[in-house]
Ligand binder design. Structure first.
Ligand code: NAD
Length: 266
């Protein structure tokens, strides 16, 4: 199991922090050479160091995943360094809050560029290299918010719903190439993104930690997901154990979306 990914090259976006950080570390721990993309250079360097200090193979490339020139260059550098590409994990993402009346056009465009267009770009430049390997996998981070909603997330939900739809098409387009494409829809996961949300939701009566505790309780299993939960799922989905899975989305939410809001009287 420790060397399940020996000889494989994995590109992870958003690999500086949060889920991407853990996903990159876990693929490296199982033997993969990992190309890390992030626009936060400090976080990127720290994670490359963590991986190489632990004996893993990693190359960090500073890139804005919503920009074609950056993604094209990053894929080229990773393929040159490691000799090919087998797996892409699209974990970079941003959230912006506001109703349609409040959200700026820039926020809308940023959400679409980072959460949606980036997946088109990594696929555009990465899939030709995966094809040369004879098989591979693309994992796209969506959200439970593609299926159920909250207020104030009109742009975020649009960007994450699009991920589910484009995952199906990518999977159909490349099934004959033995490239599997799967969307992952997490519930609340303890990362810098979630902690930022908790800080915004805190007030004089609730600290950010109180908010996180309440969100954990809202998940029927009584906890938030962790970045390690996401890495575990990616390691499974990208492996031959999941070779029959493609064109679908996997919800990983401690039961959050199985419930209806109105409880029956006990
Ligand atoms: N945390 C949650 O509760 C949650 C729930 C559902 C879905 N998601 C999704 O999971 C994915 C990972 O989220 P996270 O919680 O780890 O987020 P995070 O904010 O903790 O980390 C995201 C990483 O992506 C990088 N990034 C953002 N924009 C970028 C850009 N334009 N170019 C390059 N790098 C960029 C950031 O620098 C950061 O390192 C995202 O797609 C997010 O929307 C998160």
């Amino acid at each position: 199991m420790a060397n399940r990914y020996e000889g494989k090259v994995v590109l992870v976006t958003g690999a500086g922090k949060g889920m991407g950080e853990s996903i990159a570390q876990n693929f490296a721990k199982e033997g993969a050479a990992v190309g890390l993309l992030d626009w936060d250079e400090t976080a990127l360097k720290a994670n490359v160091k963590a991986i190489t200090d632990a004996g893993g193979k990693a190359l960090g490339v500073k890139a804005n995943v919503g920009l074609l020139v950056d993604v094209e260059k990053a894929v080229k550098e990773i393929v040159e360094e490691f000799g090919g590409l087998d797996i892409i994990v699209n974990a970079a993402g941003i959230i912006r809050y506001g109703t349609a009346e409040e959200l700026s056009e820039k926020d809308w465009d940023d959400l679409m560029n980072v959460n949606t267009k980036a997946i088109f770009l990594t696929s555009k430049f990465g899939i030709p290299h995966i094809k040369k390997r004879g098989k591979g996998c693309v994992l796209n981070f969506s959200s439970v918010q593609a299926f159920v909603s909250q207020t104030q997330v009109v742009g975020y939900t649009a960007s994450k719903g699009a991920v589910i739809a484009m995952t199906r098409t990518l999977a159909m387009d490349h099934a004959a190439d033995q490239i599997r494409v799967i969307a992952i829809a997490p519930g609340s996961t303890d990362t810098p993104m979630l902690r930022q949300g908790a800080e915004q939701a805190a007030n004089a009566n609730k600290t950010p930690d109180d908010v996180l505790r309440q969100w954990a309780k809202d998940h029927p299993l009584g906890r938030l997901q962790t970045p390690q939960d996401m890495a575990n799922l990616c390691l499974f989905l990208a492996s031959d154990d999941a070779s029959a899975i493609t064109g679908t989305s996997i919800t990983i939410d401690c039961g959050l979306t199985m419930q209806v809001a109105v409880a029956l009287e006990q």
